[in-house]
Design a protein around this ligand. Structure first.
Ligand SMILES: NC(=O)c1ccc[n+]([C@@H]2O[C@H](COP(=O)([O-])OP(=O)(O)OC[C@H]3O[C@@H](n4cnc5c(N)ncnc54)[C@H](O)[C@@H]3O)[C@@H](O)[C@H]2O)c1
Length: 316
């Protein structure tokens, strides 16, 4: 990786991934791709180049790839799970037609491509505990449908055209820089903001609902280490299970309450979010990622909670 384009660079993951890549590969070598209405601001804007890159416009992607001699594309453009249910056609257009454009440009210009999948790529028929790397993927949400297709189309471009496509299945990502964009696991970010603001938290997910989660620094490390991994060691490509922690609302609440003793949480379950959450795994088996490219997370619920509270106290 020398010259990198991040598409969707102002989103929850993109805003931090772009800065981490700039730290590691040099500010001028990482282009922040954004769309109108989601312009980069502050440090993200000032620290390096940025360009309008709409993933639904192949010529636009190609002109930026050519101008900056891009060799690696992180394609983060997507509508997240809850938003995609209200705009399924647009979710497909961005997630799949957009991906096709990225892959075509990558094929012609020899770029490697990272397009994340998700725990949402599984469905109710998937084994829910220690979900294997290779298993049933029959999701019933549009988000899940686009994620399974992402995995298959990315693998297709690798086997048919030799495009270097690699990805992980992200769990719910918890972070403190850019708020999440409308997913099922957003509650696990929102709960920290409530705790720091001294507000009672109203949890939209029912007690006992286990989901895989990950702290942003581990997610960034996964995305970068996989793209740096020795390709001869990769048996899988799109996309690797990665895991670091799995918890239900009462467990994250207890972890926060240890640090903020008067914090209160009540439940008001959102039926759409709950039905999506019920169809997702409780925990993933990430053995293949560990064996094929040395994946190893750093944070657990306790250490993430301490760090999140410290960062948010400073920020708010
Ligand atoms: N955040 C999570 O918990 C999580 C979990 C699993 C997988 N993922 C995946 O990671 C990727 C990034 O997620 P995120 O949480 O940063 O999402 P986000 O919603 O915060 O960011 C998505 C970005 O895509 C941009 N975008 C929208 N339409 C576009 C278009 N037509 N062209 C170019 N860009 C466009 C948006 O402006 C935004 O910056 C997505 O593929 C998502 O499915 C995220």
């Amino acid at each position: 990786m020398k010259n990198i384009l991040v598409i969707g660079a102002t989103g929850q993951i993109g805003s931090e991934l772009t800065m981490e890549l700039r730290k590691r590969y040099g500010n001028t070598n990482v282009v922040a791709g954004y769309i109108q209405g989601a312009e980069p601001k502050g440090e993200l804007k000032d620290s390096g180049p940025s360009e309008i890159v709409d993933v639904t416009n192949e010529a636009m992607i190609e002109s930026v790839v050519k101008a900056y001699h891009i060799d690696t594309i992180y394609n983060l453009a997507a509508l997240l799970s809850v938003v995609a249910e209200s705009k399924p056609k647009l979710a497909w257009k961005i997630g799949i037609d957009g991906l096709w454009n990225v892959l075509e440009v990558a094929r012609v210009h020899g770029c490697a491509v990272f397009t994340p999948s998700s725990i949402g790529s599984f469905g109710a028929d998937t084994p829910h505990t220690l979900t294997p790397q290779d298993t049933i993927q029959r999701p019933r949400t549009m988000y899940g449908v686009t994620k399974v297709t992402t995995e298959m189309l990315s693998d297709y471009y690798h086997t048919k055209y030799g495009v270097d496509t690699r990805a992980v299945r992200f769990p719910g990502i918890i972070s403190n820089v850019t708020p999440p964009g409308g997913g099922t696991t957003d509650y696990a970010v929102d709960i920290y903001y409530s705790a720091v603001k001294g507000e009672k938290f109203v949890c939209p997910i029912a007690e006992g609902t286990l989901m895989d989660m990950m702290y942003m620094p581990d997610a960034l490390n996964a995305a970068i280490s996989l793209m740096e991994a020795d390709p001869t060691k990769l048996v899988h490509r799109n996309a690797f299970n990665i895991a670091s922690m799995s918890f239900a609302p009462e467990m994250i609440y207890a972890a926060i309450k240890k640090e903020v003793p008067d914090f209160e949480m009540v439940y008001d379950v959102d039926p759409l979010k709950q039905s999506i959450a019920n169809s997702w795994p409780d925990s993933l088996d990430d053995t293949c990622a560990r064996n094929e490219w040395g994946w190893k997370p750093v944070y657990d619920l306790e250490s993430m909670t301490k760090d999140m509270l410290e960062k948010l106290r400073a920020k708010l």
